[in-house]
Write a protein of this length. Structure first.
Ligand code: HEM
Length: 415
């Protein structure tokens, strides 16, 4: 197929940094127009990257149906050349993304190594511990009385869970989570604090890699019952994983496990306050409602806003010709408000069923590996908050500027 090369940039720019500094509702207004008028639209390369882009532009996909189609066709839309909007040097990609940025068959082999730790059954084994942690976090919140909800509540349970599964020394967990935050915050002036984006990203990545390498080395000599021990002992095609591969997995899991669930908790808690009748519904019949509520809070929060793919062969999407080598960015936040799929998409409806949200991705081989453990954490923290902190009052969230994670940096609270 010959693909037309005449492409005009859409006038509604979603690759300006300014766009990602606007409020969620303002961005959603733009996405709604794109969903209606130009569901597959062409935009200049993302502004604010750490190196000049080699791409002429990027396709932006806003409808639910198309996000799912792209996700489920990895042969045409591959991940192996990166999944972010910005160009990054190849060594940085392999050092930071692990199998998130791999394609079959390597992706499947690496994912299989760690999948066993994330099954529903495996998560059930640590449920009691997650419950106990959620309880302790809310004990501390009640003792504190007031403060920053992100520090006091949202960040603690995801950090504890992911590093407990890995087996990381508690003394360095805070530092690891802080470095992971920097990895997704390099477009935010607050996070940059006068430094260049590349410098922040590099420092954070090197810090996490060093930590991952040391940790792997320690587990080789002191094996335990944890994910890191599995990794240092595992073999793919008869070969042990290299230190670099293990360290890259540590980086992936640090970002994927911390910066996602945390923001679902912050944004979810705020949503329950903004929709008090929904909050009452959940409080009055927690066990009956929490199943559908968790999915709705994930749809509502959409903490991972986008992932990108690279096109491996000339193709078409909704009649738009797309050339081999082009980049395609999937807008999960937009797909999760698509009125073609979700009735009253701007209302929080904790009983919504079915709820085919794409918070964990649109399906296909990269679908979130941590989905069971994330859902369980959400369940436990809201169970504690609703029963034990009924007067929780949250102030305005301060949002992170960036095109990847829908982050809440701070949110004042009193109990
Ligand atoms: C609310 C919380 C979470 C959200 C919204 C979320 C979202 C996502 C999304 C959108 C993807 C990409 C899916 C795709 O490309 O199809 C993904 C992949 C992944 N997630 Fe999550 N995630 C969450 C929690 C977690 C947790 C707690 C962990 C681990 C402890 C985790 C581990 C991973 C891993 C390892 C991948 C890569 C899978 C692959 O490439 O095969 N996630 N997640």
């Amino acid at each position: 197929m010959t693909v037309a090369t005449d492409r005009a940039f859409h006038p509604l720019r979603v690759t300006d940094l300014d766009f990602w500094g606007r409020t969620f509702d303002e961005r959603e207004e733009v996405f709604r127009t794109l969903r209606d008028e130009a569901p597959v639209s062409w935009h200049p390369p993302m502004e604010g990257g750490i190196m000049p882009s080699e791409q002429e532009g990027v396709w932006v996909v806003t409808r639910h149906e198309d996000v799912r189609a792209v996700s489920r066709d990895p042969e045409t839309f591959c991940s192996g050349q990166g999944v972010q909007w910005e160009d990054v040097p190849d060594d940085l990609l392999s050092a930071s993304h692990s199998f998130l940025a791999e394609d079959a068959p390597r992706h499947g082999a690496l994912r299989a190594l760690v999948s066993a730790a994330f099954t529903r059954k495996q998560v059930q084994l640590i449920e009691q511990q997650i419950k106990a942690q959620a309880q302790r976090i809310v004990d501390d919140l009640l003792d504190a009385g007031e403060g920053d909800f992100v520090e006091l509540v949202s960040k603690r349970l995801p950090m504890w869970t992911v590093y407990e599964m890995m087996g990381l020394d508690p003394a360095v967990r805070d530092e690891a989570a802080h470095l992971a935050d920097q990895m997704v915050g390099f477009n935010d002036l607050d996070v940059l604090d006068g430094r260049e984006p590349g410098e922040v990203l590099n420092e954070a990545l090197v810090g996490l890699l060093m930590m991952g390498l040391e940790f792997a080395d320690h587990r080789r000599n002191h094996p335990a019952e944890d994910l890191m021990t599995n990794l240092v002992q595992a073999e793919v095609d008869g070969q042990r994983l290299t230190d670099d591969e293990i360290a890259a997995f540590f980086v992936l899991i640090s970002v994927a496990g911390n910066d996602t669930t945390r923001n679902t908790i912050s944004l979810g808690a705020r949503a329950l306050q903004d929709f008090p009748e929904q909050r009452a519904l959940l409080r009055d019949d927690f066990d009956g409602v929490i199943g559908t509520a968790t999915d709705e809070l994930l749809r509502w929060a959409s903490p991972v806003m986008t992932f990108r793919r690279t096109v491996t062969r000339d193709t078409e999407l909704r009649g738009v010709p797309i050339a081999e080598g082009d980049w395609v960015a999937m807008m999960y936040t937009s797909a999760n408000r698509d009125e073609r799929v979700f009735d009253r998409p701007y209302e929080l409806d904790l009983l919504r069923k079915p709820n085919p949200h794409v918070g964990f991705g649109g399906g296909g081989p990269h679908f979130c590996l941590g989905n069971f453990v994330a859902k369980f954490q959400i369940r436990e923290i809201f169970s504690q908050l609703l029963t034990r902190a009924p007067n929780l009052d949250l102030g305005e969230p301060e949002h992170l500027v960036g095109n990847f994670v829908r982050g809440v940096k701070r949110m004042p609270c009193t109990v």
